[in-house]
Design a protein around this ligand. Structure first.
Ligand code: PLP
Length: 232
């Protein structure tokens, strides 16, 4: 099987899962955007995805993301940055991404705004919220209690558009339960910021539970592209 056929098969299967999950949740298929996570996979795969009609791609490491964005700059893709962000890289990330999903602290906002201004367009921002217990090691994302302040800071910052929330289900917990908590956090945010209605949740293993809980964006890597190479 050619790589093109392999990716086409993975994509068809994931599109079928999204369609079935929307039907099961009583939602319109158009409410859910597939973001294919291309981390560790080559730019040639990004090209295949675009050829197959994919319009949103995600990356989680700045250097790799920047290189691939340059190699595929001719493609009409919306690029999402979904990884941990260092404040000294945030301006650069904002210059080649249209959406940054992993904003979890105020320190990132100035540099992100600078990068957006350099690119000459506003940047769509999602706040990453942690669904882990507060004492979990390696916890990524803001504490739900810190979201109202962070959301206000995004709205006050120049060049940034607050679009909603992003989260990853904790390991070892039923994703449906975790996404249920996320849906509550989202309701609170929407009370104060009605236009921040994007919810990025769900990956290869739990996209159905995320769509049930209201996800508008699912971030899927391995179910489309296969298992990631272990060594880079
Ligand atoms: C890698 C990654 C994904 C995709 O994971 P798969 O299990 O391969 O679908 C989604 N979200 C984030 C934040 C990731 O880092």
């Amino acid at each position: 099987m050619s790589r093109h056929d392999e990716v086409a098969a993975g994509l068809a299967s994931v599109r079928g899962r999204i369609e079935a999950a929307c039907a099961a949740a009583g939602r319109d298929r158009d409410e859910v955007t597939l973001v294919v996570v291309t981390k560790y996979f080559p730019a040639s795969d990004v090209r295949i995805l675009a050829d197959l009609g994919v319009t949103h791609v995600g990356e989680n490491r700045h250097q790799e993301a920047a290189a691939k964005a340059e190699e595929t700059a001719d493609l009409p893709l919306v690029r999402h940055f979904i990884g941990g962000l260092q404040s000294n890289k945030a301006a650069a990330v904002a210059s080649y991404s249209q959406v940054v999903e992993s904003v979890d602290r105020p320190k990132l906002l100035g540099p992100l705004g600078t990068g957006a201004a350099r690119a000459g367009r506003p940047l769509d921002v999602l706040l990453q919220v942690s669904l882990d217990p507060p004492d979990r090691e390696g916890r990524a994302g803001a504490d739900p209690a810190d979201l109202p302040g962070l959301a206000r800071s995004v709205e006050a910052a120049g060049g940034l558009r607050l679009r909603g929330l992003m989260a990853v289900a904790p390991l070892g917990e039923d994703p449906a339960a975790a996404f249920g908590r996320l849906a509550e956090v989202r309701r609170d945010l929407l009370d104060d910021h009605p236009s921040a209605d994007w919810l990025s949740a769900g990956m290869s293993g739990d996209l159905e539970q995320a769509i049930q809980a209201g996800a508008t964006h699912v971030r899927v890597g391995s179910a489309v592209l296969g298992s990631r190479p272990q060594v880079q």
